[in-house]
Design a binder for this molecule. Structure first.
Ligand SMILES: Cc1cc2nc3c(=O)[nH]c(=O)nc-3n(C[C@H](O)[C@H](O)[C@H](O)COP(=O)(O)O)c2cc1C
Length: 373
């Protein structure tokens, strides 16, 4: 959710009882991330509130001491973490995204004592090999820190259960933003994983992790449907994009709200990863709202048999006559020109048509509002 989620949205979701994910994404400046995390704190309705994962501090270390957690998860793009090294992750696990607080001094004491720095309630890994970081969380993190892993195949879910991951997010092809190219629809993915994890739990005495469904979920009936299929919760990306608290640009939010028929008006592609030069590994693409770039890419595929244009070839599609260059890309980014730059969105985009606050949107999704569809 880089560029689409930030401290304001994280605080709004936490304050309304959800578990927000602060997107660390393609980070380059660890100090800036820690500062941004600290800026969430004054916006939390109760800065001493516990995480919403189980609404409690976790009674979790050998002495039975309680660890306090911040009420959000931080989300890493795993292959990017491989490139940057684990320092930022370790700092976050040490609670460096928190700020020192004093316990209130009672009349009898001279000064308040310092409370321990709080780590986030959970760490999320997606797109790459999470296992070295799972180990690192278990070694350096406070006991009780949850590990969430987003997967795209049944085998990956089985492996994550075997590895002792706490929460597995099943990402369907419906999802907005990045995902695997070999990805399946939630309708069959969720029940197959739910069954196999239960069976393996029984047969091998393995813990059955919580399963969350991600992809195209915009309304309460979909949330109930994935629950019926075996998920205990949902992960929402696109649905939060047009909310008031999201840091995305208003003209992009409006385009999301005006876009209908998400199965047709969105498409999975790798072209924007070529244009952005983030070096996404093979096997991943991302779902976006179709625009001039995806149309030209599809046209080239049909008429010139060009598959996945790379490097300078990718920049060519930025002009109708295929003479585009990197300069055109830079200009489009500067102008926030949605005909050229990606507007990531899932297939549920057609069900979003009114701008609201994150809290209102959550109430509608959870069926706690009479505005529910
Ligand atoms: C704008 C946007 C950015 C995203 N960024 C990330 C990310 O940085 N890391 C990640 O694991 N998933 C990311 N995702 C995917 C989500 O984790 C999730 O799978 C997806 O949003 C669920 O589908 P939905 O968008 O249809 O609700 C992103 C999705 C969107 C829409």
């Amino acid at each position: 959710m880089n560029g689409w989620s930030g401290p304001k949205l994280v605080a709004a979701v936490a304050n309304h009882g959800g578990v927000p994910i602060y997107p660390i994404g393609y980070f380059t400046d660890p100090a800036a991330i820690l500062k941004d995390l600290q800026s969430i704190l004054p916006m939390l309705s109760d800065n001493d509130q516990q995480d919403n994962i189980d609404n409690n501090s976790h009674d979790n270390n050998e002495e039975g001491a309680k660890t306090e957690f911040l009420p959000y998860a931080v989300g890493f793009v795993t292959f990017w973490l491989d490139r940057q090294g684990p320092d930022l992750l370790i700092k976050i696990l040490e609670g460096q995204g928190d700020l020192p607080r004093s316990t209130p001094s009672s009349a009898a004491t001279i000064s308040g004592s310092k409370k321990a720095l709080r780590p986030p309630a959970a760490v999320w890994f997606s797109f790459g090999d999470y296992r070295p970081y799972l180990k690192l969380v278990r070694q350096h993190g406070a006991a009780g820190t949850r590990v969430i892993v987003q997967v795209q195949t049944v085998q990956e879910a089985i492996d994550a259960q075997q590895d002792g991951v706490d929460v597995i997010v099943l990402q369907g092809t419906e999802s907005g933003g990045h995902g695997a190219q070999r990805v399946r629809p939630l309708l069959s993915f969720v029940p197959e994983v739910a069954n196999v994890l239960q069976e393996r739990g029984r047969a091998n005495g393995l813990k059955v992790p919580a399963i969350l469904a991600a992809g195209g979920i915009s309304i309460n009936a979909q949330w109930r449907a994935v629950q019926a299929l075996g998920a205990s919760g949902v992960v929402i990306g696109t649905g939060f994009m047009p909310t008031f608290e999201s840091p995305g640009p208003q003209h992009a939010k409006e385009r999301i709200l005006k876009t209908g028929d998400g199965g047709d008006t969105t498409v999975r592609t790798r072209i924007f990863d070529e244009l952005r030069e983030f070096g996404w590994p093979e096997g991943y693409d991302g779902r976006v709202i179709r625009n001039l770039v995806t149309e030209r890419e599809e046209e080239d595929l049909k008429t010139r048999s060009i598959v996945e244009p790379k490097g300078a070839d990718a920049f060519r599609v930025l002009r109708e006559d295929r003479t585009g260059t990197k300069e055109d890309w830079k200009q489009a980014v500067k102008d926030q020109n949605l005909d050229i730059i990606p507007l990531w969105a899932g297939t549920g985009v057609g069900l979003l048509n009114k701008q609201m606050s994150a809290a209102e949107w959550m109430d509608q999704l959870l069926g706690e509002s009479d505005k529910d569809i």
